[in-house]
Design a binder for this molecule. Structure first.
Ligand code: MN
Length: 711
């Protein structure tokens, strides 16, 4: 049991005797005020303020904070008035206790307005005196440590509030040790099962990895010795809640998150940080693009360190953080480092300065915000840097992970919206579906009745919801689409024998299915649609009576039945009909279809260079033509040679946009003194549309030459 004597003994090591005396008085005052009260656990109430004071004493907080900690519940829970505290312990202590008391009523998860108003009060109290929030955080930490005594529903509410409000505030103040403990405690209370399973998995993984960790650690140490760089190498453990968050937000498996070997190297000076970085990069190859210099560019909460990722032995991924002792202290204590390491100037005061700047910013935001809700949303943007907050057209806030795109937003709104989105407006301007969203943007999704998800979306969505929905939809869709295409292909093939699928006797079909070992007709049609089975061969099996005639056809033009019956391409076939990237056919171009196993039909232009190669396999070709009512937009590539002149790209792009074509990609191809070639990938409706665009571009004076690129 931690008693007042233990507390004063701790304080004697860093506080003046008169301050310790004040703390002793505060304890006696608190014990009297709380006399007879007990905590849920059954112990006398005063043990709680005492424990809170201890947490602050471990941070070496000043005498006023410790005094306030011992008294933090007396206004709230006893008959004591603020004025009396002011008389006995001074105005500062009274103000801090009053601030903490006001926060006690703060309840999360009630009505949005009330919640916002409370949150606003809390941040304002904290902006007046940062010690209010430090006492409150210590109070919350002790409550979380002793949460077991609470009834389940209360426990869950407190845990959620801790994860959603207090841990992010601790993070914003750079208090990482406290934040990590709050998070793990909150996680274990909110999701006890998940917590337990993760804890067991981590324990198992740790056992398996011990040997590799030791080996890497030794290599790192040896290299530092060889380079005569004094530094401490520490194997780093990932916290359960961080693992859980990563798995959830990035839809990664346990192994993907934890298969990283993490180390920290602590050195004496900034100069050594960079030298150790060099030595480490020399030992293991760095992963390109993963190096971060938070020493030169500290994080908003004052955090400083070098981060790098390496390819370790056997290719295992290694993450290394390199920092000085001071940076390490600040990275765990954050703003509290100001009190904890008063002697060592430098980093501590800069963290303090940053925190104060942030708090000043909050006050300003509060003055500018129309109401508490708006203020809350502004602050959230600041408190949760890993999330973006965007607005729906109705002004509702949507919370998405960082790097979320328009499609992620659409699926977050509703699965149907995601499945049928075709375009978007971001801040009232047209934006492509892959656009990354930023805080505060207004996003409007444009849907179309027949629209469907595109496999290419999987390349840019970041939310698990979007990903799983697209996959699920595509799987069903491909199945349906291949059946539909298979039916059209088989009907077309039967047509050249003057037969049709509809008139085919069920017995004949049944026999064939039996022979192919298929259950139902749709299985056969799907096979044909996917290109795994040739329609004309199936047709021949279904038309035994006319076998001789069929053989002639197969020997001759087989897979390309006579003119007049080409397959009409409508543009709505979906994934079983694709358009070749080499020649990018658009409606109006003469085209050919190539049957590709498992993929259905790939459409090329007649003049595509690749066609010559494919001609050697005529059985794979199929006659196709554009339907009269083709739908959709088709990508086409044009090469525009322009005179070198400032702003020329913008001029050309504007002309293209004017004619209603979207630019999907731009490439600057070559550069000499006079001319530049720009390659645009445009989405156009058809040849007429393209011709209009080309005519318009030719009329621009800086444009020298335009060509459509083909195969
Ligand atoms: Mn309390």
């Amino acid at each position: 049991m931690f008693l007042i004597g233990d507390l004063t003994a701790m304080l004697d090591t860093y506080l003046e005797p008169n301050q310790v005396e004040q703390v002793q008085r505060a304890y006696e005052f608190g014990a009297r005020a709380h006399a007879g009260q007990r905590r849920m656990s059954g112990e006398p109430y005063i043990y709680h303020p005492l424990a809170v004071a201890r947490i602050l004493a471990e941070m070496h907080m000043d005498g006023q904070s410790i005094t306030a900690a011992l008294l933090h519940d007396v206004i709230e829970d006893t008959a004591t008035a603020k004025e009396q505290l002011a008389t006995d312990f001074g105005d500062e202590v009274a103000e801090v206790v009053d601030g903490v008391s006001k926060l006690t009523h703060f309840k999360f998860g009630t009505r949005a307005e009330a919640q916002a108003e409370n949150f606003r009060k809390m941040l304002l109290a904290m902006a007046r005196d940062i010690r209010v929030i430090l006492v409150k955080l210590a109070d919350r930490l002790h409550n979380m440590r002793t949460l077991g005594a609470m009834p389940t529903d209360k426990r869950r509410r407190i845990a959620r509030e801790t994860l959603e409000i207090y841990a992010p505030i601790a993070n914003r103040l750079g208090m990482n040790s406290l934040r990590l403990e709050l998070e793990d405690l909150g996680f274990s209370s909110l999701y006890p099962m998940r917590y337990r399973i993760l804890a067991e998995s981590v324990k198992r993984a740790r056992g398996n990895r011990k040997e590799v960790v030791r080996q890497i650690e030794n290599s790192l140490k040896r290299r530092l010795r060889e380079e005569e760089l004094p530094g401490e190498v520490i194997g780093r453990e990932k916290y359960l809640y961080s693992i859980y968050k990563k798995m959830k937000n990035k839809a990664l498996s346990f192994n993907e998150v934890t298969d990283v070997y993490a180390f920290r190297i602590i050195v004496d000076s900034v100069d050594q940080c960079y030298r150790v970085l060099g030595a480490v990069h020399n030992l293991y190859k760095p992963v390109p693009g993963r190096f971060k210099d938070y020493i030169a560019l500290p994080k908003a909460n004052g955090y400083q360190s070098l981060h790098t990722s390496l390819f370790g032995p056997y290719g295992v991924p290694i993450e290394v953080q390199i920092r000085t002792k001071d940076m390490d202290k600040i990275s765990s204590a954050g703003i509290a480092a100001h009190w904890l390491y008063k002697s060592s100037d430098g980093g501590g005061s800069s963290t303090q300065k940053r925190a104060n700047e942030w708090l000043r910013g909050l006050l300003e935001m509060q003055m500018n915000a129309g109401n508490s809700l708006e203020f809350l949303e502004n602050v959230k943007i600041d408190l949760f840097p890993d999330e973006v907050y965007v607005f729906t057209p109705k002004g509702k806030i949507m919370e998405l992970p960082r790097d979320a795109t328009v499609v992620d937003f659409a699926f977050a709104v509703h699965t149907d919206v995601g499945n049928s989105c075709v375009a978007a407006k971001v801040d009232h301007r047209r934006a492509s579906l892959s656009t990354t969203l930023h805080n505060g943007q207004y996003v409007e999704i444009i849907t179309a009745p027949g629209a469907r998800p595109n496999p290419a979306w999987l390349n840019f969505v970041v939310t698990a919801k979007a990903r799983s929905n697209i996959r699920h939809y595509l799987k069903n869709l491909k199945h349906d689409e291949s059946i539909e295409l298979g039916r059209r292909l088989l009907d077309k093939a039967l047509d050249s024998f003057n037969l049709s699928l509809q008139d085919m006797p069920a017995g004949v079909i049944g026999e064939l299915l039996h022979e192919y070992k298929l259950k139902i007709l749709n299985d056969l049609l799907e096979d044909i649609g996917l290109g795994n089975r040739m329609a004309v061969l199936v047709a021949r099996r279904l038309a035994p009576a006319t076998e001789g005639a069929v053989d002639d056809k197969i020997a001759g033009k087989q897979a390309r039945p006579g003119p007049g019956h080409p397959l009409a391409i409508k543009g709505t076939e979906g994934m079983v009909v694709t358009f070749a990237k080499c020649c990018r056919p658009i409606p109006g171009d003469p085209i050919l279809g190539f049957v590709s196993a498992g993929r259905g039909i790939v459409i090329h232009t007649d003049s595509c260079n690749n066609v010559a190669e494919f001609r050697k396999r005529p059985e794979k070709w199929i006659d196709v033509e554009w339907a009269s009512n083709v739908e959709g937009e088709f990508p086409v590539e044009i090469r525009v040679e322009v005179a070198n002149q400032r702003g020329v790209l913008a001029i050309v792009a504007a002309a293209i946009a004017e004619l209603g074509a979207n630019v999907e990609n731009v490439g600057i191809e070559e550069h000499d003194g006079m001319y530049t070639a720009i390659t645009f990938t445009l989405a156009v409706r058809n040849r007429v549309h393209l011709a209009k665009i080309l005519r318009r571009l030719r009329s621009i004076s800086v444009v020298v030459r335009i060509t459509r690129t083909k195969g």
